[in-house]
Design a protein around this ligand. Structure first.
Ligand code: ZN
Length: 128
């Protein structure tokens, strides 16, 4: 499984709590569709992939990086992948090599928009 399709809504929720990808994929695609109507400045969503233990620290640093950086710290090795930030009705995606993940590792996907990671967070299961 080399593709994850996520949706985010105006209630600050993803449609998935768990997604599964394979570390053997040459490239993994994370797609995100904002199914709500609110603008990106009020209810922006992205999808950031990291080790689960690091998500809160990345979200905190993303907050400091600010809106111009899509609330993702720049050139940060802890960030395995991150989509752009989208508002209602918009879609985005990002791709990264499956080799950046290890099968059986403990990974998360989350939204780094301020205050969203508490609710907008799921488990990324990585298989061989
Ligand atoms: Zn969000």
């Amino acid at each position: 499984n080399c593709t994850v399709k996520l949706a985010g809504n105006d209630a600050m929720q993803y449609d998935l709590k768990t997604a599964t990808v394979s570390a053997s994929c040459p490239m993994i695609t994370i797609g995100l569709t904002h199914t709500g109507k609110m603008p990106v400045t009020a209810m922006g969503h992205n999808a950031v992939i990291s080790q689960r233990v690091l998500y809160q620290a990345i979200a905190n640093d993303g907050l400091k990086a600010g809106a111009a950086a899509n609330y993702v710290p720049k050139n940060d090795a802890r960030v395995i992948a991150a989509t752009s930030l989208v508002g209602g009705g918009q879609s985005t995606k990002t791709t990264f090599p499956g080799s950046r993940l290890k099968a059986g590792g403990d990974y998360a996907f989350f939204c780094s928009f301020p205050g969203h990671a508490a609710l907008m967070r799921g488990k990324l299961v990585v298989v061989k």
